[in-house]
Structure formats: structure tokens, C-alpha cells
Write a protein that binds this ligand. Sequence first.
Ligand code: RAM
Length: 338
Amino acid sequence: MKTTRRTVLKLGAGATFAAAAPAILTKRALAADKRIAMIVKNLGNSYFDACANGAKKAAAEIGGIEIIYTASAKPTAEDQIAVIDAQIAQHVDGIIVSANDANALVPVGKKAMQRGIKVMSFDSAIAPAGRIVHLSASSTPLIGAKQVQMIGKTLNYKGEVAILSAASTMTNQNAWIAAMKEEWKDPKYKDMPLVATVYGDDQDDKSYREMQGLVKAHPNLKGVISPTTIGIRAGAKAIVDGGLIGKVYITGLGLPSEMKDYVLKGACDTFAIWNPVDYGYSSTYIMNDILTGKPTTEGSKLSMGKKGETTVGKDGECIMGEPFVFDKSNVEEYAKIF
Ligand code: RAM
């Protein structure tokens, strides 16, 4: 139960301060009575910063919503549970999480919901018992298959390929890797074997070292798929630094703003991603529907604002849209956006 309610004045750039409600407050500020915590895998990831910008955009459109964008420094379940606990103690109204571990977060998700806080996940799911709905950026089989198809095309379906993932507990990367392996069963990949899967834990330095380790351990390695914006960027840097352009190619999920130089230099031929600003925006609209009591049972429609509607599927699974593919022809244009 809520006992206190602060009035929060927005200062821009995420800064806020609490004050007694003075007469000069606008109607909108006075109505800012819903606080939504967006808790991501870790801080310092531009992908999530873009998601948070989208969330703030939706909050401004809807009115009366404050977004609290927060995370731990390291992307671990333990640290993330502490951050969620802190938001429960603050009596926020809703929590939108990108989970570092699907199952480890179930108890804290349940605890929040028992206290009347609405919980949903986006990006990386909490298992169904720990949240109301999950918004995937796109269909999991599609995201997985696309990444194998991209490296297949670059390598002309010949040569050893490895996966450089995020942390081994992360729901989204694990689901995409499972989907990649399904695609890999197609006989057209018979000369393009998967030789290793390594984990950079969504840390720049570890991802870089794992990429160097892959190249060393597999002298015939031709391609790497990295389904994480941190991994693909670090892996591409290792290709450039190691003088491996033209010998090893990386693909996966990246931000045009971070991948532009590597695409132009030839370390990466194509990569994919959805618009992270739209992703945070859509998630916030969905949370607003949940907070206003809209049904979330299978078949229900939830608003994603200007991005349309999503239909709740089995186990509260929702989908936002389709990923975009980037190459030399369009990466510079999109680099200006995200
Ligand atoms: C990283 C994170 C995030 C993932 C993107 C593609 O930023 O792991 O969860 O969705 O990559």
C-alpha cells in the first residue's frame, strides 16, 4: 500500500527532484502520479539508453508518467534483483525489466506484484510467473534465422562460424541462439559449421578478449555471429585491431551508430536490429494500458501508441515488429538516429 506520494519536477536529462507542490506546477506535472521504473540489464549500454529515451517520449505523450531509468553497473541477476527491490521499496507503480536471468527474477517479480506493482518484461524476458506480459522486439525464430542467413550470405555458405553471445543466463540471447541452431539444420549450411559459442557477458573488454580467443582457437574461423550490441561492436573492433579484415566477418545485432565505422572498414558486411527508441516507447504504452486496467489475457490488444497495437499471445508474449537489416548502403543514414 502506498503511504506517501512525492511530487516530482522534471529537470531534463533524467534529473528529478522532489518538492512540495507549489502553485506554479502545470496540470500535467500535477497529474504525474504514475511512476514507471525501466530496469535494464546494466548501465552504460547505449542500446538501453535509446530504449529509455523512447520510454520518456511515450511518457511525455501520455502525460502524468515519470520514467525512472535505472540498472546495476554489471549485468548480473543478483545485482538486478537488488535494483528491483529498491524500486519496490520506493512503491513505484510499474516495473519494465530486461532480465539478466529468466528464472532468478521470478521471486522478485512476484514480490512486486503481490505489493500491487505491475511488472512486465521487454527485450529479455522474465519467466511467465514473474511478470504479466513480455514484449519481444520481433519473433524469436525470425531474429535467430536472420543472423545465420546474414553470415551465410557473406561467406557464401562456406567456412567455420562461432557465436559470441552476452551472458549465458540471458533469456533473449539464449532464445535467439536456439533459433539459430534450428536454421542451421538447413542443408544449405552443411559447409558452414558452428564451431564454438562463447560469452562476453555484455562487457566490452570480456567480449573483445573472447573474440580474440575464438580467432586463436579456431585458425580457420571465417565468421562470427554476435546477438548483442556490445558483443558485435567489441568483436568488430578485435577484427580491425587484429588485422583480420577480409579474413573474419562479424554479423549479429548492432546499433548503426556503433557499427558504422566497422561496416565501412569491411569487418562487418550486414547486421540487424529493431529501433530501440520505438522499443522503449512501445513498452511504456503497454505498461500504461496495464496500469489503467486493460485486460492482458491471451488475445487482448494492448496499445503501442503511434506504433499500433500488439495482441497478447500465449504466456503473455507480445511482439513489436520486424528487425531492419543494415549494410554499407544505409548504415550512415541510420547511425544518425540510433
Ligand atoms: C545488447 C543487450 C540487449 C539486446 C541487444 C541486441 O544491448 O544484450 O539485451 O537486445 O544487445
